[in-house]
Ligand binder design. Structure first.
Ligand code: PLP
Length: 381
């Protein structure tokens, strides 16, 4: 059977591939520490679960407004306005099936065949695939450890053609943990206006920042109208399985996004939306503190091991340069798995010679991981 060229051009996610291998080994009885996951290891807070349960018992189990219930859109607007001094209203919001759908629908909305969309590498696995799925062309820019994985202005300028439609930025960043500073975001704001670009700003980790202040792309009023903000409940409140995200943009964009959603998935499942209402008033600071503790523990241990990396400022990943060990990143990960530790090769994020290690795991597992790494690196010498 012949499948579409668009879909044939996409590879299955390498993150999931390695995770599956690790699970297979675990099922065979091997002890594997899995640091591949992109999800917090905390339980969803109890009041959020109760809110969904209560909603179901009250019969809130039917279709809702395709964009999401009004109370939730209002509350997301208030929550965002408070954080970022914006002035969004409910009509600027659409609730989606996770940040992933939010991103996909935004790309589907803006992309004509052959339109180019700038992505900064290392980049999250799904940007490239989603751009291809909607008929666009991903244009990859390299960022470097030396530059704190912040794209260089001259590289971005070089990437511009008369086909460039948009740029995707992601801060806090998966996989590098970089947090973009105000200065760079201000450049992106000017750059988008100068080249008439749409900015897709993926800020799903905005509530997991460990050092200093966080600046959102929406802070820049002059480019706010051309900014599509992607956010999610997944990481902030440990709600990955609830499939809850949202898009914030100007009303015209949201109306078009609603059209797409009305013909594809309709509203996000109704009990989840009521859970989301509760989540927005639930404190997640204990999770942030715990992640910070784990980050700091790993920082000291990795330094002792002589590893090369930047300290992550947000999200929950270490991105480590392993290019000096005589193995490519896939070989490195496969061999490390034989020692009982699963991590993701950097090539999954368009950056060979690195590994991504998630610290969304218990302290116990992180301690085991450090011991495994120590032994593995010694054996490699
Ligand atoms: N964006 C980034 C950078 C991510 O890492 C993820 C999840 O791993 C998402 C978006 C999407 O998350 P969700 O669809 O669970 O909201």
């Amino acid at each position: 059977m012949e499948f579409s060229a668009k879909i044939e051009s996409i590879q299955p996610s390498a993150t999931i591939e390695l995770n599956s291998k690790a699970i297979e080994l675990q099922n065979k009885g091997y002890e594997i520490v899995r640091l591949t996951a992109g999800e917090p290891d905390f339980d969803t807070p109890e009041p959020i679960i109760n809110a969904a349960y209560q909603a179901m018992k009250e019969g809130k189990t039917k279709y809702t407004d395709n964009k999401g219930i009004k109370e939730l859109r209002q509350k997301i607007a208030q929550y965002t306005n408070k954080k970022y001094s914006t002035n969004y209203k409910e009509n600027n919001i659409i609730v989606t099936n996770g940040g992933k759908q939010s991103l996909f629908n935004a790309l589907l909305l803006i992309t004509n065949p052959g339109d180019e969309i700038i992505v900064n590498d290392p980049s999250w696995v799904s940007y490239d695939a989603q751009i291809r799925m909607v008929g666009g062309i991903p244009v990859h820019i390299k960022t470097t450890k030396e530059n704190n994985y912040i794209p260089e202005e001259k590289e971005l300028e070089k990437a511009i053609t008369n086909k460039t439609k948009a740029i995707i930025i992601n801060s806090p960043n998966n996989p590098t943990g970089a947090v973009y500073d105000k200065e760079f975001l201000s450049f992106i704001s000017r750059f988008s206006i100068e080249h008439d670009l749409i900015i897709i700003s993926d800020e799903v980790y905005d509530a997991l920042v460990y050092d200093g202040n966080y600046t959102s792309m929406t802070n820049f009023e002059e480019s706010r109208d051309r900014t599509i903000l992607i956010n999610s409940f997944s990481k902030t409140w440990s709600m990955t399985g609830w499939r809850l995200g949202y898009t914030i943009a100007n009303e015209k964009i949201v109306t078009q996004l609603a059209k797409i959603q009305s013909h594809s998935t309709s509203n996000v499942n109704t009990p989840s939306q009521y859970a989301a209402l509760k989540a927005l008033e639930t404190d997640n600071s204990y999770m942030v503190e715990e992640f910070k503790k784990r980050r700091d523990y790993l920082y000291d241990e990795f330094k002792k091991l002589g590893l090369t990396f930047n300290k992550p400022k947000g999200a929950f990943y270490y991105f480590i340069d392993i290019s000096n060990y005589g193995l490519n990143d896939k070989e490195f990960c496969e061999k490390l798995l034989e020692y009982g530790l699963a991590v993701v090769p950097g090539s999954a994020f368009f950056c060979d010679g690195h590994i991504r290690l998630s610290f969304a795991a218990s302290m116990d597992d992180l301690k085991k991981a450090v011991e495994i790494l120590k032994k593995f690196l010694l054996d490699l010498e």
